[in-house]
Ligand binder design. Structure first.
Ligand code: ME8
Length: 527
């Protein structure tokens, strides 16, 4: 494994921009959460981060949804886009920017990129005849379609329609070999590995030129006028427009602007598995053709099912992230989504598993560790950080295990192995609970008071380090843990990982950080 072991200087990371045809669902919350956790981690680590999310507001799908709502597309997108901003606030996301494809900065970037590709002869005027799926906003070859009792469908199950219209094309067919050479030279560009093979075989099977403009509707970025054969009936294909958002947000075409200079190319595009092809094939091809630097990595995560069932609007089992937060609390939801499944794989959301994670990992393991350590300190050490004596082997082992988390979690998070980072943190939580049991400070209180103080000091220090390291995933809970061990606001970055609690510092009265989840019926029975 080639995991980086030290902090990185700059990191530009992006979520997909979300279609504003509907309200946010768990998929939107999940992708942005993963980015938020990485962004928070890196900022605490001293990295200069630019974290972008936003909304994808053009195309036939959005135009149809606006019509169905009886609204003009712009008014409709203004309204729905706001739901995504609201979600970001409710999920405690720390994106540095929120881009909308209806903004003028985005039009400017799309038109500049288009013109550049046109000037380089990479785009030409022709006519498209073939299949199109509005739900996917994607073209499909006849050979990709599946026969169903209700007619031909896209491989995703989306309805397809036959389209015949004048269209500009991007010369994608000439980029296959260059893409394959690029994947070969950059083995970490597509992650996880299993998905990389999928992309490779798609490219190896031969690429067709890509239709990049539409004329049969008008809700999109206009193709620049005055081009050879150009006419203002053409609007850009929504994926050409959408992918360009990553450039628009850095002020492109101003390549001398500070944001562009500092952050292009992106370190990471986080996407769902269904939109990998657009990011790992079309996007690097557009950029290479435009002679612009290509992103470092595209990570495709898996999909959630709900209690074992595929999530779909028709089944009525769409998971609303706001309902999850209201039911279980924000930090537990953030924790669960990244802990429950190996990031990259598909996984199942279930109420039972959610409750299990809350009660076991959070309340019993981490919550209880903090609670018992801090209440022993409150009772026996006058509510101040105890003064340690010489450390034993076991103390060093405990402290070293906690200290090692900084590098190991960074390495996991930089590979988007969020589950692995959390597992490592919980290994330390479990080790700390074992250390408490083995050292038995309640016995030492009677037999060797000074040794008890040393043990409680070690544990308070472990709680401090755990508080620091859980902040990216559970910001409010991390903060509460750090409050409990009286860590100053200015001492909560990872530069403080190697500092130590100062003996004699007064601690606040201990308070539970992770309540158990109790079903309402049980709550009623208990009272
Ligand atoms: O694709 N579990 O927008 P979108 C996990 N506008 N993730 C899921 C999911 C599930 N059950 N269902 C959907 C678009 N997703 C384009 C992107 S980027 C230049 C343009 C994920 O609103 C899905 O994989 O359809 C995708 O990443 C996102 O949610 C939905 O994006």
């Amino acid at each position: 494994m080639t995991a980086p072991q030290s902090a990185v200087a700059r990191y530009y990371l992006t979520t997909p921009i979300y279609y504003v045809n509907d309200k946010p669902h768990i998929g939107h919350a999940y992708t942005t959460l993963a980015c938020d956790v990485l962004a928070r981690f890196l900022r605490l680590d001293g990295t200069q981060v630019h974290f972008l999310t936003g909304t994808d507001e053009h195309g036939q799908k959005v135009e149809k949804s606006a019509a169905a709502a009886g609204m003009e597309p712009k008014a409709f997108t203004d309204k729905v886009s706001q739901n995504f901003r609201d979600l970001a606030v409710r999920m405690n996301f720390t994106n540095d920017d929120f881009i909308r494809t209806t903004e003028s900065r985005h039009y400017a970037a799309c038109q500049a990129l288009w013109t550049r590709l046109m000037d380089k002869g990479e785009i030409y005027l022709g006519a498209y005849e073939g299949w199109y799926a509005i739900r996917d906003e994607a073209y499909y070859a006849e050979s990709e379609l599946i026969d169903t009792p209700t007619g031909k469908k896209a491989p995703t199950g989306a309805e397809v329609e036959w389209v015949t219209e004048p269209s500009y094309f991007f010369r994608l067919s000439t980029w296959g070999d260059k893409l394959l050479a690029f994947y070969e030279a950059n083995p970490d560009f597509i992650a996880p590995r299993s998905r990389r093979n999928e992309v490779l075989s798609f490219v190896k099977s031969g690429l067709q030129d890509l239709s990049v403009s539409r004329t049969s509707f008008s809700w999109g970025v206009p193709v620049p006028k005055g081009l050879e054969g150009g006419d203002d009936k053409h609007i850009m294909y929504v994926w050409f427009d959408a992918l360009t958002n990553y450039l628009s947000a850095l002020g492109y075409p101003d390549e001398n602007g500070a944001l562009y200079k500092d952050f292009w190319p992106p370190a990471l595009h986080m996407v769902g598995k269904d939109i990998l092809r657009f990011h790992a094939v079309f996007w690097p091809a557009f950029l290479m053709a435009a002679d612009l630097p290509v992103p470092g990595r595209v990570f495709a995560h898996g999909w959630w099912t709900n209690e074992g069932q595929k999530i779909s609007k028709s089944l009525g089992n769409v998971i609303d992230p706001l309902v999850l937060i209201d039911t279980y609390g924000l930090d537990p939801v953030r924790y669960f989504l990244l802990r429950e499944i190996s990031f990259g794989n598909d996984g199942d959301f279930s109420h039972a598993q959610m409750v299990k994670r809350i009660n076991t990992d959070l309340a019993n393991d981490l919550g209880n560790l903090a609670q018992r350590v801090l209440s022993m300190i409150a009772k026996n050490c006058g509510g101040t950080v105890p003064t340690p004596g010489a450390f034993t082997e076991a103390d060093h082992e405990m402290l070293n295990a906690a200290a090692a988390l900084h590098d190991s979690v960074r390495a996991s998070f930089l590979e988007q192995a969020f589950h692995r980072g959390l597992e490592a943190i919980w290994d330390v939580v479990v080790a700390a609970n074992r250390y408490v049991d083995q050292q038995a400070p309640w016995t030492l209180r009677k037999t060797d008071f000074a040794r008890m103080e040393t043990v409680l000091y070690v544990l308070a220090e472990v709680v401090r380090q755990l508080g620091l390291i859980v902040q990216p995933v559970m910001p409010a809970s991390g903060e509460k843990l750090l409050d409990q061990v009286a860590v100053a606001q200015g001492a909560r970055s990872f530069a403080d990982y190697t500092s130590r609690l100062v003996p004699g510092t007064a601690l606040p009265a201990p308070q539970g950080v992770f309540p158990r989840w109790v079903a309402e019926a049980e709550e009623g029975a208990a009272s």
